[in-house]
Design a protein around this ligand. Structure first.
Ligand SMILES: Cc1cc2nc3c(=O)[nH]c(=O)nc-3n(C[C@H](O)[C@H](O)[C@H](O)COP(=O)(O)OP(=O)(O)OC[C@H]3O[C@@H](n4cnc5c(N)ncnc54)[C@H](O)[C@@H]3O)c2cc1C
Length: 339
């Protein structure tokens, strides 16, 4: 067995899902340490994106299976094909996104390959001496970070939540291969008939796609005060995020929750107001490009991950910040469209 890494990517609505690039980037970093290569596997019926893009962003080989029978996700079919590919290519490590489908097929693939699986990793690395995959994830209710190894079985398998890693920038000088795989027709057989796919329209708050997220926590004190956050979010054209404490208090709905049991976000700017910075919250926003924390407690753990910290009362800081940003935007020649 070599030391190659197989990323099982995802194509959704005919587009390569961003988690595929994020995992390809991490796999590239791991492969450099192993002196091995990165393969990305995609299963789809239609894909409008160029597969070369995966090569430009870190893959050595893109393997794809294109078949009309892959138009609707079917766990059994995905498992059959991925297991078949794994048995033939014998990867040392297999990674996929902890999306709803990844969470469904990867455990089944691991069981069929008789190996272990670490779900929802927040960090991956290679142990220098043993070359084993170090799979780090929150454990015991998120109170400790556990690093898990799989010394006795291969491949070493892990899922990673979207936005945990950053994609590599495009490098059009990178070269690689694109290979079509034609699995045996019988692998497309399933006892399950998928009739249709219906989107859950109640989950339409997409804080994961926003460039700017303004998030609040228990420090906001009462639901009437959420208006201060909404005003700041409005001038910044930002999405609104929240801590679990704020969601549990019913000050905002669950799709806004950032963290271990909410969403992972990675915006250009994350403003955390009245959020203490519990590990479970940090797990959901630590890859943001710039983090600004506003908290009246100078010892609050959120300041450890913040690029800019404002120690102060958010009821003074937020309205002042909103006012100043608005003035900056509205003054002649202001940065109206750049925020
Ligand atoms: C299994 C598990 C999963 C979890 N998942 C998540 C998750 O996904 N997301 C998440 O967020 N949490 C999660 N938690 C909960 C987490 O441990 C914390 O309890 C939660 O993040 C605390 O929220 P908070 O920071 O809003 O509240 P608090 O910890 O109460 O902090 C409030 C902060 O506001 C500050 N403050 C108060 N008044 C002001 C003011 N006027 N001006 C400025 N600052 C002020 C305080 O100094 C304090 O730091 C999880 C916990 C467990 C056990």
């Amino acid at each position: 067995m070599g030391l190659d890494i197989l990323v099982v990517g995802e194509v959704r609505n005919s587009k390569i899902h961003s988690v595929t690039y994020e995992l390809t980037s991490k796999a590239r970093e791991l492969a450099e340490k192993l002196k091995s290569s990165v393969e990305v596997l995609l299963l789809y019926s239609e894909c409008d994106d160029s597969l070369e893009e995966l090569i430009y962003r870190g893959a050595d080989r893109v393997l794809y299976v294109k078949n009309d029978k892959l138009s609707l996700f079917n766990q059994e079919v995905w498992t059959n094909i991925i297991v078949d590919v794994a048995l033939k290519r014998k990867p040392y490590i297999m990674l996929t996104g902890a999306t709803s489908s990844g969470r469904t097929f990867f455990p089944a693939v691991a069981a069929k390959l008789n190996t272990g699986l670490t779900a929802d990793c927040t960090g991956l690395d290679i142990e220098e001496e043993t070359k084993l995959l170090l799979q780090t994830r929150p454990a015991i209710g998120g109170n400790v970070m556990a690093t898990i190894k799989t010394p006795n079985h291969k491949p070493q398998m892990a899922t990673v939540r979207p936005r945990t890693f950053r994609p590599l920038p495009e490098n059009k000088d990178r070269k690689g291969e694109i290979i079509e795989l034609k699995p045996d027709e019988k692998l497309f057989n399933s006892r399950v008939k998928v009739i249709s796919f219906k989107r859950d329209e109640t989950q339409n708050v997409n804080i994961q796609d926003a460039d700017v997220v303004v998030a609040f926590g228990k420090g906001i004190k009462k639901p009437e005060n959420v208006k201060y956050i909404l005003e700041l979010a409005d001038v910044l054209k930002a999405a609104v995020g929240a801590s679990r404490a704020a969601v549990d208090a019913k000050w905002i709905s669950y799709p806004h929750q950032v963290g271990l049991s909410g969403k992972v976000v990675s915006p250009k700017l994350y403003i955390a107001a009245g959020i203490s910075g519990a590990v479970q919250h940090i797990a959901g926003m630590q890859t943001s490009e710039y983090i600004v924390a506003i908290n009246k407690d100078s010892e609050a753990p959120i300041f450890k991950v913040a690029d800019f910290g404002i120690v102060g009362d958010l009821f003074e800081v937020i309205p002042e910040l909103t006012k100043r940003i608005r003035q900056e935007i509205e003054k002649p020649g202001g940065k109206k469209d750049e925020v």
